[in-house]
Design a protein around this ligand. Structure first.
Ligand SMILES: Nc1nc2c(ncn2[C@@H]2O[C@H](COP(=O)(O)OP(=O)(O)OP(=O)(O)O)[C@@H](O)[C@H]2O)c(=O)[nH]1
Ligand SMILES: [Mg+2]
Length: 649
């Protein structure tokens, strides 16, 4: 008998490329263990099960002469605490919980749904089936965009995204991101730029598709690629056709970002929310569902087989239409059922969070001894977690991977006035942030909407700084942060140390250096002056670049929607991309602080500014005609779609 150890789950999950051979037995193919070159039987335990009966069954199976047996608890019996493994010669990796995987596969096969949701089921959450013990190697396809500086920043973001798909780390890194090689990549003709519309069937033109295929063939001989990442937003049909042409799973930008969220989610809340996003994404891709054994279950050749008697016109009142339920309908129904269960659990999370927030506010807030919340927001990888750690003298997880933080964290910090505040480190944003994620992470993002003050962290060394800034402002507006909070936001221009390093090599170096020798200025204030000049110069350069070529990729990527002829379109299926409305915010008079979270620069200034802003808010609130009560003003702001907006004055 073995006990479950979560670290080993991925090993086993990776084996679950299973097909159903009979009503009770799952056959796992391609086991990862080198010592067993055959099949496994996984048999749910039944009340009448007698362990002695199994070996005979297996040994007598002419089809699988070398099989081994794993006897698992039957998920329907919900005896999930202990796992029995009886076998001869099975390596000791058998410490796991497979019940939910069995449940999901059984469910999908038998048309039954599980009575429970197992949040630890990694396979269920992921978009592509793959070996969860190691990060998949992706081949990056980047459509060309102008100007070149924008292409460079988009490409490096794409490579970084491709390198960020690392599995559950349980708080530790498996691989240092810096030690990872850059994934193979190819910059290709951008169909949007050429003809102002994409090809409805394959997104790229035939020549580009062939070109990519050639590169893949060359890499394939070295077995280098597990999947292809196209840094654009594809429709379900385009994705399926490209998969067929290239013979490998394809992830588009939306899919990869959701997959990264899934891989990085650690808490139950984040897992539920990422799974919901992934589910809604899968629903929009139902044309191309890949079976667990690697084959396309349906849709690849247009078949829509009837798989169950259930469905419209059957199963009730003796009415026999023979319509049945197609595989597509079955999958959709299953997704919706699971979605509803997830939604109800997420709603529990949201309620708990709201209660916790209310308790915090009752204990203090702007009117009391103080537990106001300051939400630290920003583009992914801008340094939010590093900054929160530095300010609160704690050690939040941060790394060079994109979306390192998926589980938001609160940290307390004492301001110069002695007031205590809570800093909330949140998920990072990105341009074309998948709408599914924004919706699914509603409970988490509500923390941002409800915060007393926002601190927007910017990576001042980023080439596409302005794009990043605009993307964050857009998301903030989309999730319902009121204008007054946006205007009151503090900007932190982080990573000024990098800007300083760069100054030696860019055109602006004369302006940034001290008279004569250019030595590093140790005085912090002087350094800030210098960096201000560098930032001005950096901004000027960026604007120059933008002036050169007005079209940017955001609009190119967004325009896919006009050519999306995906048959799986429906009201929710359409939400395959980012928010398309150009809801630009133009916050004026935003105060900024230049900082380096790793070097500890600008932190005191930031705390002072936070203090000042909160005090101002506090005095405005107390002098306002509306005295602070439970139901008053912007601190009780709620998203407009389910509650009434009230802005206090
Ligand atoms: N040079 C330099 N690097 C920094 C600075 N702040 C953060 N970093 C690095 O930037 C990378 C990303 O930092 P994080 O704190 O994880 O960024 P984040 O904004 O929380 O990112 P996500 O959680 O992925 O959205 C890490 O490798 C940090 O060490 C800084 O001021 N200077
Ligand atoms: Mg972070």
């Amino acid at each position: 008998m073995f006990r479950c150890r979560s670290a080993l789950r991925p090993t086993l999950s990776s084996m679950l490329h299973c097909k159903i051979s009979s009503s009770k037995t799952l056959i796992l193919q391609n086991p990862t263990s080198q010592s067993i070159n055959s099949h496994f039987f996984i048999k749910p335990r039944t009340p009448s099960f007698k362990s002695s009966s199994l070996p005979e069954t297996l040994v007598s199976s002419p089809e699988f002469p070398f099989c081994k047996a794993l006897i698992l608890p039957n998920p329907y019996l919900q005896s999930r605490s202990t796992h029995f493994i009886r076998s001869s010669g099975i390596p000791p990796f058998c410490a796991f919980s497979l019940s939910s995987t069995l449940t999901s596969h059984r469910g999908s096969h038998y048309g039954q749904s599980s009575p429970e949701i197992d949040d630890d089921d990694a396979n269920e959450r992921f978009i592509i089936h793959r070996d969860l013990t190691k990060a998949p190697r992706l081949f990056v396809v980047q459509p060309r965009i102008r100007p070149d500086s924008l292409l460079q920043s988009k490409l490096s973001e794409a490579l970084n995204l491709a390198n960020s798909l690392e599995e559950q780390r349980e708080g530790v890194l498996y691989n240092e991101p810096s030690s990872k090689e850059m994934p193979p990549h190819l910059v290709v003709q951008n169909p949007v730029a050429r003809s102002l519309k994409t090809h409805a069937d394959t997104y790229f033109g035939a020549g580009t598709v062939d070109n990519i295929k050639c590169h893949l063939n060359a890499l394939d001989s070295k077995e280098e690629v597990d999947a292809i990442f196209v840094n654009a937003i594809l429709s379900g049909i385009q994705q399926r056709n490209l998969e067929r042409d290239w013979g490998k799973p394809v992830l588009d930008r939306v899919g990869l970002i959701i997959e990264i969220f899934n891989a990085h989610a650690q808490t139950k809340e984040a897992k539920l929310q990422s799974e919901l996003a992934s589910l809604m994404y899968k629903k929009s891709r139902l044309v191309r569902v890949r079976g667990s054994d690697g084959r396309l279950t349906f849709g690849a050749s247009g078949e829509a087989e009837v798989v169950s008697a259930r469905g419209r016109g059957s199963g009730g009142q003796g009415f026999m239409s023979g319509a049945g339920e197609t595989e597509l309908q079955l999958q959709r129904r299953r997704i919706l059922e699971r979605r509803n269960r997830l939604l109800s659990r997420i709603e529990d999370v949201r309620r708990t969070r709201a209660l916790q927030r209310a308790a915090r506010k009752r204990r203090g807030g702007l009117q009391g001894q103080g537990l106001p919340t300051v939400a630290v927001v920003g583009y992914t990888n801008a340094g939010k977690s590093t900054l929160v750690s530095a300010l609160s003298n704690t050690d939040l997880y941060s790394d060079d991977r994109l979306f390192a933080t998926v589980d938001p964290r609160l940290r307390s910090v004492i301001l110069p006035s002695g007031k205590k505040v809570l800093l909330s480190d949140t998920v990072g944003f990105i341009s074309d942030l998948p709408v599914q994620l924004v919706e699914a992470f509603h409970a988490t993002l509500e923390e941002v909407v409800e915060a007393d003050l926002l601190v927007h962290v910017l990576d001042s060394s980023a080439m596409n700084l302005e794009e990043q800034r605009a993307a964050v402002l857009q998301v903030l507006q989309q999730i319902g942060v009121p204008e007054v909070k946006l205007q009151n936001m503090i900007e932190v221009w982080n990573k000024i140390d990098l800007l300083h390093e760069k100054s030696g090599s860019n055109d602006c170096e004369d302006q940034g250096e001290d008279e004569g020798d250019g030595e590093v200025v140790e005085e912090q204030e002087e350094q800030h002056d210098e960096v201000s000049e560098l930032m001005d110069c950096h901004y000027a350069k960026l604007q120059e670049d933008e002036g050169e070529q007005p079209d940017n990729e955001a609009s190119e990527l967004a325009s896919h929607a006009t050519t999306d002829s995906d048959e799986a379109k429906s009201e929710e299926d359409d939400k395959v991309g980012s928010f398309s409305e150009e809801a630009q915010v133009e916050p004026k008079n935003i105060q900024h602080i230049e900082a380096s979270a790793v070097m500890g620069l600008g932190l005191q200034e930031l705390l002072k500014l936070i203090d000042q802003k909160l005090n101002m808010q506090s005095s405005t609130a107390s002098s306002s005609s509306c005295s602070f009560t439970e139901g008053c003003v912007d601190r009780k702001w709620r998203p407009p779609f389910n509650r009434e907006v009230s802005v206090g004055g």
